[in-house]
Each structure stands twice: as C-alpha cells, then as structure tokens.
Design a protein around this ligand. Structure first.
Ligand SMILES: C[S@@+](CC[C@H](N)C(=O)[O-])C[C@H]1O[C@@H](n2cnc3c(N)ncnc32)[C@H](O)[C@@H]1O
Length: 160
C-alpha cells in the first residue's frame, strides 16, 4: 500500500516477496482478510483506497484490494536453512521480530544470509529490539534498526 501510494506504479516494476515458516500464517497473508476493527491504526489515506469492505454473516470484514495482493508473492521459507529459493536481490528487506527466536550463532548466520540478498544501496529493516550483533560488514547504520548496503548500485545514486 505504501509503495503504491508513494510511487507511480506504471513506471516501477514492483515485486514483493512475503515469507514465513508457518503455513497457517501464509494462508492468512494470502487471504488478506481481516476484521474491520483491526484497521483502526491504518491511516485513512491507505485504508480507503486499498481495502474492500465485505460482510460475512453480520461480521464486518475488510480484504486487501486486488491491486495490492497482485504485487505480493507468498512463499514458505525457513530462514534457518541454507539455500533459500530466491534468485534475486531486494531493494528493501523487512525482517522484524524474527531473530528473537534464535540463539546468537543462528541469528548471525541468518543475518549474513539476509545481507547477501540485499541489493547495492538496499535497506535492511530489523525490529526495534533486534540488532546486527556486530555484523556490520558492508552495512551502514541509517536509523534505529535500519541499515543500508554500502555497495553502490552501478546505475543508481544513493538516496541522501
Ligand atoms: C513475532 S512474529 C513477527 C511477524 C512479523 N515479522 C511482524 O513483525 O509482525 C515471528 C514470525 O517468525 C516466524 N518464524 C519463526 N521461525 C522462523 C523460521 N525459522 N523461518 C521463517 N520464519 C520463522 C513465525 O512463524 C512468526 O510468524
């Protein structure tokens, strides 16, 4: 929703990969269906254009609009395993509140794998209680829990 609101979609080829190890969570993400009251903290500029209101046996539901869902692929990935089925790099990776489940060596290995999939100049967003565990190779701190891949993109200037 934020991407659609901020960018002129016709000029950008936007693809989003959403992953989890838990297939029930993935089913929830695929359905994109929520009780209307769960949108209380979503600002109206996003809520109004990007959700469709539905009613099911007296329950007020909302579903994420097709134009948003079309941007997102949902895949089961175990972040603890090597060989993630990913053949690209990402301009932004959000990995929030996941490393908390793992011990320090496992967190370190996972973060290293994440950085490998970050494009030059790309941003890594962690949760506020998570840290890079001293793994700063190639990354610079941009803001609280946000890091940037220092490598320069050959065709794109870094944002200030
Ligand atoms: C606390 S939730 C955070 C969800 C979301 N990132 C957020 O910030 O709202 C943690 C998620 O990590 C997933 N998870 C736990 N172990 C995982 C693993 N090895 N690989 C991938 N996802 C995992 C859980 O299934 C759960 O959905």
């Amino acid at each position: 929703m934020t991407v659609l609101a901020a960018l002129a979609p016709a000029r950008w080829d936007v693809k989003i990969l959403a992953s989890d190890i838990d297939t029930e969570m993935l089913a929830v993400a695929l359905a994109g269906l929520y009780p209307e009251e769960s949108l209380r903290s979503v600002p109206p500029r996003l809520r109004d254009p990007y959700f469709v209101r539905l009613s099911n046996h007296g329950r007020h539901l909302v579903q994420i609009a097709p134009e948003v869902r079309e941007l997102v692929k949902v895949r089961r990935i175990n972040l603890m395993e090597e060989g993630w089925p990913i053949r690209t790099q990402f301009d932004a990776i959000f990995c929030r509140n996941v490393t908390i489940y793992f011990d320090k060596p496992a967190q370190h290995a996972m973060l290293q794998r994440l950085v490998h999939f970050l494009s030059p100049g790309g941003l890594l967003f962690l949760g506020h209680s998570e840290s890079l565990l001293g793994l700063h190779a190639g990354l610079e701190h941009v803001a609280n829990s946000v890091y940037r891949n220092r490598a320069r993109h050959p065709h794109r200037p870094l944002a200030p």
